[in-house]
Design a protein. Structure first.
Length: 483
């Protein structure tokens, strides 16, 4: 690849390659204040990968398809994004990892909307590329400090709920659509009374003709209060405030607070500005903010095009959510073990270490932004408790929807089975037992004195969702001599 054109040659009218326009710098050393994006690029036939990387850098910062003289009215060398490294993707012919650095002056402080308008705004439709995927990003602490971060965080959430030393337990009300508000509230009450900490609205329950939002909130909070009184524990229900306008979302959130709810919920599809607005509202009103990742699979699941979910996790931690659904490994939804553990680390660690096996390409100091509580949901049941703890740890919410409400002896029995399973497994772990290998035995021991757990284990013992993951890592550990 030839050198960048300089001086008058750089500003001759016409079309020159992006790499010659200054968007490729092989010897560039990223500054401590640079934001770095890692893209997986698949150039069209005949397109040099370095030129493709330079094009992505250009079109996501200051370039257009031709030379413009107005570049000379700016500090162009500062404002140009710089592709500085291109590596072939292991085992994937025609794919390359392109590292691109952006000066943080290119971005508005504390705005996910502005960040993404540049990073993913135009380049994904670029004709010179067969496909493009945003794999990872690095953010300098100075930039992170312009964001609020989680409204509550894991530590304060546990303090408010007075629940320590174990995963929190939840369930999604089923069926998600069609129940009357009163019957919906009955599900919530029985699940909470049986031992769950939370029940939640699903992503598409808002304010439909069969159950308007205000009626649902009233019955759900009656259920929460009765269950709290019956058990002596703090309980909650994720009241989904997602609506057609920002004003309506705030109105619903205010009513949830008025009723005494400790938590509200929004869907990812409301958009980055609305998410940050609701996070700010929750911070100001001492509320926990649950985010359902509705819609993410449309652009996170495929390896060659879209956005990795680890990037969404980073953006949402910056935006200020307290919970986000982040995969289960063993459930019905997409989730490679290494990738899911990487997502959880992104959400929970104060300092993230580079781990190529988990798809994490950069060390990341989170600059004291609070931790996000990951949520595991989708096709999980009590018989998998040892696997869930092994893969996901204890700072997680385990949500058993069908695995609670589908129990043959009823919703309360399903909740009790889940609560006994998690407490038995935590006790065994604390006693030093190998829960991953001894898990089924530990559960059977607990089932001897808890019949709801025994029924659950008998019913769902053979239920698994063993399908190949579509989003897997590109790097695998290699053995060294003598290992």
């Amino acid at each position: 690849m030839s050198e960048t054109l300089k001086g008058a040659e750089r500003y001759k009218a016409g079309v020159i390659p992006y790499a010659k326009m200054g968007y490729w710098e092989a010897d560039y050393e990223p500054k401590p204040t640079d934001i770095i994006a890692l893209f997986r690029i698949s150039p069209q036939e005949g397109v040099d990968p370095i030129e493709a990387a330079a094009a992505v850098a250009g079109e996501s910062s200051t370039a257009t398809w031709t030379v413009v003289w107005t570049d000379r009215l700016t500090a162009a060398d500062l404002y140009r994004a710089k592709a500085y490294k291109v590596d072939a993707v292991p085992g994937a012919e025609g794919q390359y990892f392109a590292y691109i650095a952006y000066d943080y002056d290119l971005f508005e402080e504390g705005s996910i909307a502005n960040l993404t308008a540049s990073i993913i705004g135009n380049v994904f439709g670029f004709k010179a590329l067969k496909s493009l995927r945003l794999e990872d990003m690095y953010f300098p602490p100075a930039y992170l400090k312009t964001f609020q971060g989680p409204a509550t965080g894991i530590v304060a959430e546990r303090e408010r709920l007075d629940k320590y030393g174990r995963p929190l337990l939840g369930a999604t009300t089923k069926p998600k659509l069609g129940l009357s508000a009163r019957n919906y509230g009955r599900v919530v009450y029985e699940a909470l009374k049986g031992g769950l900490d939370f029940v939640k609205d699903d992503e598409n329950i808002n304010s439909q003709p069969f159950m308007k939002w205000r009626e649902r909130y009233l019955y759900c909070m009656e259920a929460v209060n009765r269950a709290s009184a019956a058990t002596g524990e703090v309980k909650g229900h994720y009241l989904n405030v997602t609506a057609g306008t920002m004003e309506e979302m705030i109105r619903r959130a205010e009513f949830a607070k008025e009723l005494g709810s400790v938590i509200i919920m929004i869907d990812l599809i409301v958009g980055y500005t609305a998410i940050q607005s609701m996070a700010k509202w929750c911070y100001d009103n001492d509320m926990i903010l649950h985010l359902h990742r509705a819609g993410h699979g449309t652009y996170t699941r495929q390896k060659t095009h879209g956005i990795s979910f680890r990037v969404i996790c980073k953006w949402m931690r910056m935006a200020g959510v307290d919970h986000i659904h982040a995969g289960t490994v063993v459930g019905k939804l997409e989730g490679d073990p290494n990738m899911v553990q990487g997502f959880y680390d992104v959400l929970r660690e104060p300092y993230l270490h580079k781990n190529l096996q988990q798809g994490i390409f950069f060390d990341q100091d989170w600059a004291s932004l609070k931790k996000v509580m990951p949520v595991a949901s989708g096709g999980i049941h009590a018989g998998q408790m040892h696997q869930l703890l092994h893969y996901l740890g204890e700072d997680v919410i385990l949500q058993f929807g069908g695995g609670t409400i589908g129990h043959p002896d009823g919703i309360e029995a399903g909740a009790t089975a889940n609560r006994v399973a998690v407490e038995a497994m935590i006790q065994a772990r604390n006693e030093g037992r190998d829960i991953m290998n001894e898990g089924p035995e530990i559960l059977q021991e607990a089932a001897r004195w808890c019949s709801p757990l025994g029924v659950a284990l008998d019913l769902w013992k053979d239920i698994t969702f063993d399908y190949a993951s579509t989003d897997t890592g590109d790097y695998v550990p290699t053995e060294t001599p003598g290992s």
